[in-house]
Design a protein around this ligand. Structure first.
Ligand SMILES: Nc1ncnc2c1ncn2[C@@H]1O[C@H](COP(=O)(O)OP(=O)(O)OP(=O)(O)O)[C@@H](O)[C@H]1O
Length: 635
């Protein structure tokens, strides 16, 4: 099974020359053989037309029937004008001759003349046919040659198998070159050389030749199947001789196995082929178990232990294969059977594993929990509060944007605020940073009431507001200098820090351009630099990563993490759940102006991803129903 499959599989796919050529050649040669077999017909037809040009359709048919070498010469000549010749039989054509009387009236001289002409014609025809005959006679001669070769083979092979192998080997190269030019070469030359051997010698011999190219085994196989020919007998003799050689242990032992094949028909050919299909090793599906979780692996072990009968077989299989090829070749069928059994047992084992592991897979199904990012370590509970928001309320007319929000942010914390659009995040942060006066509640920064002592609070705070209101008619460098100066920094410090910030945010090429000409991301970055230039203890950033490209976001994250690592505190709002989970240690989910969850990241997530938790608290997803019109498309 596998042997055949492997052999056939190698044919079409054979990329390697070595593997592919033997498979290709026979196929390429067959058509050649056909051509050569058919070639004589047209050739003969042409010859016939030359020989008996005026001959009617009746004369044209015979040659087309491919008996050019034998009958045509005899048949056609009389068909024409030899009707009157005495030597030739009065064929039907002669009987139909329209002028029987005239013929009889001819004078002896005219007869002689006509006979001369006819003889001349016939000689020319004969010469033409003789040339063809020489071509064709190759067939019989080839046949006889093949027969003699076969006889010789028998004798020689009986003497010693080595001789037999040598002769076949010698024949191959000898006929190869002949067969090779056949396909591309023009019809005439091909007919001269190949046809006889291929067409007549019995397709057997020809086929045998082609097949011998593959391997010795296939050769024996073919010869076996084509036993009707003498070549098959030759092959049988060869196998017999090979047997003898095998018994003698001659170096041609390779031929021995193939020879064995002859009598046993199929069995012998397989072992040899079995050596090729090494690709059989569809690697043991052992990787499959890997897919399973540890517990499943244990279950697999248990299952395999329980299946002790099948398992050993499956595992034992590779050993003999690697151990001794010859031994395997000697008993291929047994190996195949074992292989099949092993596969079956493996399938069973896999099925058992799958069955037994279902429960454990279920157990480990909550993968989302496993993919939770490990949150940054939150600052200790006794760390000083940098920001304390208590009962903030803000109403816009009848709309309560912020409804008694309270937050505690410890020093050294990376705090994230998330919430759906309109939840009140920006409104809250605006009240925290002194941009919007709250209706109720208190905000304490670094233990200072932000609204009672705004200057002290603002000195400790860096702000990146949602709606940037910058002096954008300044260049980036000017804006940084202005911000530093407003925070009370001296010029030198401003220059030094500006240079650092510009480099950190990658704004080197933009510092001399007007901020009004900055892109959204660049504007965000220069605004953030301005918020940091005075080294505040608290940074309040409203969607700092909005419009910022990934690389800049990564740089910004690094900057902020270093800042936090140095004792700073960051409070930021964002819609990026991944970002929050990645960089924050604490968070608050605000929905409808209220804090629905707050604390360390793990506390907020409550075993889910932040997004799932967020969606859950925000009221879940709402299906977009009743929007069928959206699929009607305007065009
Ligand atoms: N100046 C204002 N005048 C009137 N209503 C306002 C004003 N500012 C905000 N609001 C309202 O307050 C609510 C909260 O707005 P806020 O900007 O704080 O939401 P948000 O959570 O920041 O939303 P987003 O995530 O979209 O930025 C919204 O309903 C908004 O319409």
């Amino acid at each position: 099974m596998s042997a055949e499959g492997g052999a056939t599989g190698a044919r079409p796919g054979g990329g390697g020359s070595g593997a592919s050529t033997p498979a290709k050649r026979p196929a390429a040669r067959r058509p050649a053989a056909k051509k050569t077999a058919a070639a004589p017909a047209p050739d003969a037809a042409s010859d016939g037309s030359d020989a008996d040009a005026p001959a009617g359709a009746s004369a044209a048919k015979p040659p087309a029937k491919r008996a050019p070498a034998k009958k045509p010469p005899v048949k056609r000549a009389p068909a024409k004008r030899t009707s009157g010749t005495a030597s030739d039989k009065p064929t039907g054509d002669a009987a139909q001759s329209p002028e029987p009387e005239q013929v009889s009236k001819r004078t002896a001289a005219s007869r002689e003349a006509s006979a001369g002409a006819a003889s001349a014609r016939s000689t020319s025809a004969r010469s033409a046919r003789s040339t063809r005959a020489t071509v064709k006679t190759d067939a019989p001669s080839a046949r006889s040659r093949a027969a003699s070769d076969a006889a010789k083979k028998r004798q020689t092979q009986r003497v010693a198998a080595s001789t037999a192998t040598e002769t076949t080997a010698a024949e191959r190269p000898a006929r190869k070159p002949v067969a090779a030019p056949a396909p591309p070469a023009p019809p005439a030359p091909v007919v001269e050389t190949v046809p006889p051997a291929v067409a007549d010698a019995g397709a057997v011999d020809a086929v045998d030749e082609t097949t011998t190219e593959r391997t010795v085994a296939p050769e024996a196989k073919k010869s076996r199947f084509s036993s009707r020919s003498g070549a098959a007998a030759t092959a049988a003799a060869a196998t017999a001789g090979a047997d003898a050689a095998a018994s003698t242990g001659s170096p041609t032992a390779e031929a021995a196995p193939e020879a064995d094949a002859a009598p046993q028909v199929e069995v012998a050919s397989e072992p040899v082929i079995a050596a090729e299909p090494e690709p059989e090793p569809e690697p043991e599906p052992e990787p499959e178990p890997v897919v399973v979780v540890p517990e499943v692996a244990l279950a697999a072990e248990a299952a395999s232990a329980a299946d002790a009968d099948a398992a050993p077989e499956a595992e034992a299989r590779p050993e003999p294969a690697a151990e001794d090829r010859a031994a395997v070749a000697a008993a291929p069928t047994a190996d195949a059977v074992r292989e099949a059994e092993a596969d079956r047992s493996h399938d069973v084992a896999v099925a058992v594993i799958a069955a037994t592991s279902k429960s454990s897979v279920k157990k480990s199904s909550p993968r989302k929990k496993r993919t939770l990012r490990v949150a940054r370590a939150a600052p200790p509970a006794d760390a000083p509060r940098v920001l304390a928001v208590d009962g903030l309320v803000k109403q816009f007319g009848g709309n309560t944007a912020v409804d008694h929000i309270s937050l505690d942010v410890r020093a050294g914390s990376f705090y994230g605020i998330v919430g759906p659009n309109g939840a009140g995040k920006t409104t809250t942060l605006s009240m925290v940073t002194g941009l919007l006066r709250p209706d109720a509640g208190t905000v304490r920064i670094n233990d200072v009431d932000a609204w009672a002592d705004p200057q002290a609070a603002k000195r400790a705070t860096g702000v990146l507001p949602d709606r940037l209101r910058l002096f954008d008619r300044l260049t980036g460098a000017q804006l940084l200098s202005y911000s530093g100066t407003l925070r009370g920094l001296d010029n030198r410090t401003v220059r030094e820090r500006s240079a650092d910030l510009i480099a950190a945010f990658g704004l080197d090429d933009a510092v001399d351009r007007l901020v009004a000409d900055y892109s959204a991301g660049m504007t965000k970055k220069i605004a953030l630099a301005c918020a940091m230039i005075h080294a505040p203890r608290l940074l309040v950033l409203d969607e700092p990563f909005e419009s910022v490209d990934p690389v800049s976001a990564a740089n910004l994250t690094d900057i902020l993490e270093r800042y936090v690592g140095g004792g700073g505190t960051v409070v930021l709002s964002s819609h990026g759940m991944d970002l929050i989970e990645r960089v924050c240690d604490s968070a608050a989910i605000i929905v409808g102006g209220r804090v629905l969850a707050s604390g360390t990241l793990d506390e907020v997530r409550a075993g889910q991803t932040l997004e799932d938790r967020f969606v859950e608290l925000a009221g879940g997803r709402s299906a977009a129903e009743g929007m069928e019109w959206l699929h009607s498309f305007s065009d």
